[in-house]
Design a protein around this ligand. Structure first.
Ligand code: ATP
Ligand code: LTN
Length: 331
């Protein structure tokens, strides 16, 4: 069985972009692949966090993994900090990553360009830790949204470099980017990606938003004056974004089919239909979330997940350290 691995940072509340671009695909993949899904709680402290808020986000993130349909009997679900091998391999990979490569990573460059001061060393070297998260499990595929493609490509380069230098160490994984929904845009500014760090909160639909709030956000989404429900991301980015949301949440319904249904109808009718699809999905997720938070499923899932993950990760770390000559091999 082919293996898949991915993670999400609990830096804030999970939103519809995280669901459509990543989480939904983890859930679909668990049927066909051996799915490993972790919570990247080391990555989130690369920027300052309020400890109380982080704790709440962390808990919700695990609960939402399960509420969105990840099944602990099929997928391995765990916290990054429960498998310490990630950080150790992260350091080793950091020593095999060039500063020139890290300088090219857009996530760091964007923050620097915005003039943000006191950026941490952890933020700078984060792609090496992400490479370790992946390579320590030898996955075949890494399902992520568009913004993470560059990091998975760097991970491949590090794997190839180390395989060439030390002999076969790592499988070289492929990023898996969904055809529709890899970059869900903000509802208030369809040129910007839907993001946890949305200052107004109006452009971002959180998975735990009350349904009336989510409905209002969709109804106020920025569109255009062309009055035509047509898939044209360049000239009608707002409408294209709503079509992507509708399509992904209704079993990848074809755009042509959506265009046909709303031919000659106003944007009001279209938005109402999108809001309906979004609210139905949120309601399903939130009902399950409430059941999970009232059970002991989270603790059990994380304990079992960490044990399974540790067994794989410790073998790989051992192999890497041996191949690099870092361990004493008794004669
Ligand atoms: P944010 O920018 O919203 O804080 P992020 O991309 O920095 O989020 P994560 O929350 O860890 O970090 O992302 C988890 C997964 O969700 C990644 O695979 C990422 O590519 C995907 N993702 C994040 N935002 C979107 C979006 N707007 N559309 C599609 N996929 C997304
Ligand atoms: N960098 C990712 C989260 C992440 C990840 C990973 C994704 C950390 N480690 C390994 C896939 C595989 C993000 O910011 N979204």
């Amino acid at each position: 069985m082919k293996r898949m691995l991915s993670g999400i940072k609990p830096t804030g509340q999970l939103h519809l972009g995280n669901y459509i671009g990543a989480l939904r695909n983890f859930v679909l993949s668990q049927e066909e692949y051996e799915m490993i899904a972790f919570i990247a709680n080391l990555h989130c402290i690369t920027v300052p966090q309020d400890p109380k808020e982080l704790q709440k986000n962390l808990y919700d993130c695990v609960a939402l993994y399960l509420a969105c349909g990840l099944d602990p009997s099929k997928a391995t679900i765990f916290l990054q900090t429960d498998v310490m091998e990630h950080a150790q391999l992260g350091y080793i990979l950091c020593c095999h990553t060039y500063m020139g490569e890290l300088n090219r990573m857009t996530q760091f460059k964007d923050k620097q360009a915005k003039g943000e001061t006191n950026l941490s060393g952890g933020l700078y070297t984060y792609p090496s830790l992400m490479a370790a998260d992946i390579l320590i499990y030898d996955p075949d595929f890494v399902p992520v949204g568009e913004d993470q493609k560059q990091h998975v490509e760097l991970c491949r380069d590090i794997a190839i470099r180390m395989n060439n230098r030390y002999g076969e160490l790592f499988k070289v994984p492929e990023p898996l980017i969904p055809k529709v929904g890899a970059r869900i845009m903000s509802l208030t500014d369809p040129d910007k990606k839907m993001s946890k760090s949305d200052e107004t909160n109006k452009g971002c639909i959180y998975l735990l938003d009350p349904l009336n709030v989510a409905r209002k956000k969709v109804m106020s989404a920025v569109t255009d004056s062309l009055a035509n429900v047509h898939y044209d991301p360049e000239n009608q980015p707002g409408i294209a974004n709503l079509m992507q949301i509708m399509s992904s949440l209704s079993n990848d319904r074809p755009f042509g089919d959506i265009e046909q249904e709303f031919k000659g109808k106003g944007y009001g009718d279209f938005k109402k239909a999108v809001a309906e699809v979004v609210c139905n999905k949120l309601e399903e997720i939130q009902t399950r979330y409430n059941e999970i938070t009232n059970s002991n499923l989270i603790e059990k899932t994380l304990n079992e997940g960490a044990n399974k993950a540790r067994a794989i990760a410790s073998k790989k770390l051992d192999l890497v350290q041996k191949k690099l000559g870092m361990e004493i091999v008794l004669k």
